[in-house]
Design a protein around this ligand. Sequence first.
Ligand code: ADP
Ligand code: MG
Length: 231
Amino acid sequence: MTNSKIIMQCDNLTKTYIDGENKVSVLKGVNLTINSAEHVAIVGSSGSGKSTLLHIMGALDFPTSGQVTYQGTNIHKLSTNQQAEFRNQSLGFVYQFHHLLAEFSAVENVAMPLLIAGEKRSQALKKAQDMLELVGLSHRLKHFPSALSGGERQRVAIARAIVNKPKIVLADEPTGNLDAENAQSIFKLIDELKANLSTSFVFVTHDLALAARMDKQYRLIKGEIAQGLTQ
Ligand code: ADP
Ligand code: MG
């Protein structure tokens, strides 16, 4: 049964890494529902499985058992091409380290998902420019990543993640590499984007104060997910 308000659902996800004789159970039955336009924070100590969970939600990795459904479709049952299309069209990803392409300008980096999707270059660059304006970087269009500050690079990375107007953005410690002031301003930006986009955001963060500003909070402890930031 599909519910139009639910964008993504994780059902009883488990992930076990087998490394020689060692078995590491990272996720032990994670259930998580992400609703349309909802901003969700996930906190957890280093090594608690946050990146593993996001990668599985983004079809960059597969679960050992359980399933992830995006608008009712099991994303791990899609073909490789369909998964690539899902990541390009329906999903945005923001990493701790911006992952921008060094040899391309800010506007070209943001246009990349559109160009990959086959959009005309002039149109892709126009949309990318609009996105950079939305994240407050209209004065940095032609700058290369090396000429941008850490906070500006993350803004470009966010613009790139939302340029296709995805239904959901998965952000893995997007402010983990920034000072407190820049981290605040990135979260403020993401708050402001609510007015312009109906995109759901899932943030993994160490910062409890920033996490508290999201609509919902979860913590990942010993492979299990619990609601709220504290017990
Ligand atoms: P977090 O993002 O919360 O810091 P991760 O999801 O990166 O945690 O990692 C969770 C656990 O899974 C860690 O103990 C890590 O060593 C282990 N792990 C992650 N990826 C692999 C892998 N490819 N092979 C084996 N163990 C892994
Ligand atoms: Mg991580």
